[in-house]
Design a protein around this ligand. Structure first.
Ligand code: SAH
Ligand code: SF4
Ligand code: F3S
Length: 483
């Protein structure tokens, strides 16, 4: 039988909640020494992330707590504690989780003290929970997106169960929350760059998309909290931040302070020691002239904008509830390019939305040519139960959709190659991210426009900005020389 622990939602302030969770970290740390005696070695923990950058950032927070409690982190799923932070945006994301969960439960047969935890967007779906309860026995803890800040508390109860040999699964899923609890421990993946949540949830209800249902309503963090967090990150060695939200352009709505996303960017720009600012995602319908002006005049905002178009057909865009037409989108692109000729533009495109015809897909392919994207993520439409599009009829066959997809992908790749080739021989400022995986005498860095460059260098360069000549075009990246 599952044990449904209903953690306490809104009875206390965010500050009190944070204190409470810090207490639970201490309490869980005490229990961990008993667990260590049981298993006979220092407990290890592995956090695996599926999905978007928001999930990646959440995983850093979860890992921060595990580390504080006393786990040693590892990337090996043979670990004593394994956590899957899941995604449900497309069906293949769910399939991957189920597949790997099967393997994980197999490992548990050899290590009965193994603790398996699931969280993230997929867990907000009732059918998923039912499926796991009936077909994936052996999971210890499940929680959702809204109560992620309760992780320390839930971890404590889970350790208590394991130590007392109680086999119940703990399931704690909330429908929604309006609380934001931050400033708990974090373990960053990169020392020199970090995501920063500026808002949570989404109110847009694009008809294909499940995110608003699993992430709840849009809520923004106060600018002071965001700025304080970034200042702390900079003190800790961070030079590049990525401001995160499902629709950053509507940042500030509902806050008491008078603030827009553009104004927030101006405040972030002033932070001394911070070198680069990125953000995602921008919804075209809310991208303001004020934002274009701020980007244009900024020394720190990267020359890259991810601007999901989803489709090049106004008819389909309407059915998607995107609230702009192809013409609106193209006009916006022109405005952006006029203001910043060197701006790199990337996008997301969906192929095979219900009701879409081959002509619609052709419009998407021609949009790619007309905009000349630097790159694009192309997705085949995936039916998500509970979304409006799930009940709309499909007119194309799977084969036709695949053909359309291949056609759009070809346009994307050709444009990406063209855009990349245009930079040959120029110089660029690059943030060095890591030693090259194939050749240790090379390092890999990222240009302001998000392109990767590999060049001779060593690990001491990691986290620094260097000027590089883009000498050899490799199609989607460059081999360069440090100047
Ligand atoms: N908030 C972001 C995107 C979040 S999801 C935005 O509005 O741009 C990331 C991408 O997944 C979307 O841009 C969309 O292209 C794709 N996506 C979302 N739901 C999908 C579905 N049901 N099928 C296929 N792709 C989908
Ligand atoms: Fe999904 Fe649309 Fe919200 Fe993006 S803006 S998360 S695509 S509903
Ligand atoms: Fe996936 Fe959730 Fe992000 S559904 S794309 S992990 S918000």
């Amino acid at each position: 039988m599952p044990e449904i622990i209903k953690t306490n939602e809104n009875a206390i302030s965010s500050e009190q909640e944070k204190e409470l969770q810090l207490e639970y970290i201490k309490k869980a740390a005490l229990l961990l020494s008993s667990y260590e005696k049981m298993i006979g070695h220092k407990p290890t923990a592995c956090v695996t992330t599926f999905g978007c950058q928001m999930n990646a950032r959440d995983s850093e927070k979860l890992l921060g707590i595990l580390y504080k409690v006393g786990f040693t982190e590892t990337e090996d799923e043979n670990a004593d504690f394994v956590l899957y932070n899941t995604c449900t945006v497309r069906d293949n994301a769910n399939k991957r989780v189920y597949g790997r969960l099967g393997t994980l439960l197999g490992m548990k047969k050899r290590n009965p003290y193994k603790i398996i935890t699931l969280c993230g967007c997929m867990m907000q779906e009732q059918s998923v929970i039912e499926n796991i309860q009936t077909s994936y026995r052996g999971v210890n803890l499940i929680f959702g997106t809204h109560n992620i800040y309760k992780f320390a508390e839930l971890l404590f109860h889970t350790l208590e169960n394991v130590i007392n040999n109680v086999k119940d699964i703990i399931i704690d899923i909330w429908k929604d929350t309006d609380k934001i609890v931050e400033a708990l421990p974090v373990r960053r993946k990169y020392p020199f760059k970090s995501g920063v949540n500026i808002m949570f949830g989404c109110n847009n209800f694009c008809t294909y998309c499940i995110v608003p249902y699993v992430r709840g309503r849009e809520r923004s963090r106060s600018s002071k909290e965001i700025i304080d967090e970034i200042k702390d990150l900079v003190k800790d060695g961070v030079v590049e931040v990525m401001l995160l939200g499902q629709n950053v352009n509507s940042y500030g709505k509902g806050l008491e302070e008078d603030i827009t996303f553009a104004k927030l960017l101006q405040k972030v720009e002033e932070i001394e020691g911070l070198k680069r600012i990125r953000f995602m995602t921008s919804h075209p319908k809310d991208l303001s002239d004020e934002l274009i002006e701020v980007m244009k005049n900024s020394k720190k905002i990267c020359r890259h904008l991810h601007l999901p178009a989803q489709s090049g057909s106004s008819r389909v865009l309407k059915a998607m509830n995107r609230k702009y037409t192809r013409e609106d989108y193209l006009a916006l692109v022109r405005k952006l390019r006029d203001a910043m000729p060197d701006l790199a533009l990337t996008t997301d495109l969906i192929i095979g939305f219900p009701g879409e015809t081959m002509e619609d897909i052709d419009m998407t392919a021609s949009l790619v040519d007309e905009v000349g994207y630097d790159n694009a993520f192309t997705f085949i439409y995936s039916r998500r139960t509970g979304t409006p599009a799930a009940s709309m009829p499909q007119v194309l066959t799977d084969e036709e959709i695949q053909k359309g997809f291949d056609k759009v992908l070809e346009r994307v790749q050709e444009n990406a190659r063209k855009r990349t080739a245009g930079l040959e021989g120029t110089e660029a400022e690059v943030l060095v991210e890591e030693v090259n995986h194939q050749d240790e005498t090379f390092v890999t860095g990222r240009m302001s426009n998000n392109l990767l460059v590999h060049f001779k260098g060593d690990k001491n360069l990691i986290g620094t900005l260097v000027n590089v000549k883009l000498s050899e075009n490799k199609g989607f990246y460059y081999i360069g020389e440090m100047i």
